[in-house]
Design a protein around this ligand. Structure first.
Ligand SMILES: Cc1cc2nc3c(=O)[nH]c(=O)nc-3n(C[C@H](O)[C@H](O)[C@H](O)COP(=O)(O)OP(=O)(O)OC[C@H]3O[C@@H](n4cnc5c(N)ncnc54)[C@H](O)[C@@H]3O)c2cc1C
Length: 343
């Protein structure tokens, strides 16, 4: 397909890591800001919602498809700016997150090495405020340039306005913001953050973890053991968020499940391990409905086998949420979003 061109009824399952779901009513691709503006104008002209698509690693596309314009974000430019003790790394939001991590590691600059191995694009990372191994996207975020899909107005969003929190941001709450570029502020010197248990164990085994490139290698190797890579199997990583409970509610639950892993968020809230609940309380490791199942090595992850439909993934997720509620009274939230639902 030519860039800027509008295609109709394009299947997009293959543009997602779950690999399920139907077609986009209209499909466009943006490699420049101008392409984004053209897509906004097209969607406005036809009074249709516009859905930016990154690498499709955090979405479930419904079997009925997307009744709007899907805009594949392919802005690929990368700029490096020296700024005293730090470096500004600015990229188009179509740049794969792994490439952003490699750019930083190759220059020996710190800040995103713990986030190695996470699929997706720079844009998706900002929307989701990706996190892993004790680090979050928000830690290094400087600003994002965006275009509002309903007004066409351009806006630079700084760290305060981005409202980052656990797997969320202003971009997730305000779905009309299409991010074109993101700037990260990375440090020339730092002590790597290797307090997370898996990294501590790696260090104890003698694996060097001083340089960003060393942390990147270690994190990728740890992650490779945890996520499914079977041929013909799809996944969007952790399908659910870990529940964050008020402390009093947590204390009550801990009386029933004293071994449950928990992490204090602040004085008032505690994050608990949903994977542990699914495994030890509900025995749901490997639980399947149709061609969708909870991954045997990590039950927070849903795996879709070849030929699975989005409805099967959705039914499994709904059933898991129901069982968690019955057993614990907790309403769990999905981390993976059903694509194309907002207008
Ligand atoms: C095996 C596996 C492991 C994973 N591990 C982790 C992990 O450790 N930690 C973690 O946090 N996540 C993890 N994820 C989830 C996923 O990788 C991230 O959420 C990722 O950042 C999504 O990026 P994407 O480009 O694929 O976004 P997509 O799935 O394409 O889109 C996600 C949302 O972002 C919006 N969006 C995308 N680009 C833009 C843009 N430019 N402007 C505005 N909105 C946009 C989309 O409209 C959609 O709403 C994992 C996923 C997989 C498959």
């Amino acid at each position: 397909m030519r860039v800027g061109q509008v295609s109709e009824n394009i299947p997009i399952a293959s543009l997602t890591t779950l690999g399920v779901g139907g077609a986009a009513r209209f499909f466009m691709e943006a490699r420049t800001d101008k392409d984004v503006e053209d897509a906004v104008a097209f969607a406005q002209h036809h009074t249709l919602p516009l859905f930016p698509l990154g690498e499709g690693s955090n979405i479930l596309v419904p079997d009925t498809g997307i009744k709007g314009v899907v805009l594949k974000m392919s802005l690929q430019d990368v700029q490096i700016k020296d700024d005293g003790d730090s470096i500004l790394l600015i990229t188009g939001t179509g740049v794969p997150w792994e490439k952003v991590v490699d750019e930083a590691a190759a220059r020996g600059i710190f800040g995103i090495e713990n986030l190695a191995g996470i699929p997706g694009s720079m844009g998706g990372a900002a929307v989701q405020n990706i996190g892993a191994y004790g680090a979050e996207f928000a830690d290094t975020f400087e600003y994002a340039d965006s275009i509002d899909s309903t007004t066409g107005i351009e806006r630079r969003i700084n760290r305060v306005d981005a409202s980052f929190a656990y797997r969320t941001s202003i971009f997730k709450k305000n779905r009309t913001l299409i991010i074109t570029h993101v700037a990260l502020r990375l440090a020339k010197q730092a002590i790597p953050n290797i307090a997370y248990a898996d990294l501590e164990s790696a260090r104890a085994e003698g694996i060097p973890l001083t340089l960003p490139i060393e942390v990147v290698r270690a994190v990728r190797s740890i992650r490779a053991r945890k996520f499914p890579r079977g041929v013909g199997e799809g996944t969007a990583g952790s399908f659910f968020k870990n529940p964050v409970l008020p402390r009093a509610r947590f204390d009550e639950l801990a009386k029933h499940f004293p071994d449950m892993p928990a992490f204090s968020q602040n004085e008032d809230t505690v994050k608990i391990s949903l994977a542990w609940l699914l495994d030890h309380v509900l025995s749901l490791r490997g639980f399947s409905l149709g061609r969708a199942r909870l991954y045997e090595k990590q039950p927070l992850v849903i795996v879709a086998s070849a030929g699975a439909r989005a409805a099967e993934v959705d039914a499994l997720a709904t059933e898991v949420a129901r069982r968690v509620f019955v057993a614990t009274g907790i309403c769990i939230e999905r981390e993976v979003e059903t694509f194309g639902l907002h207008e």
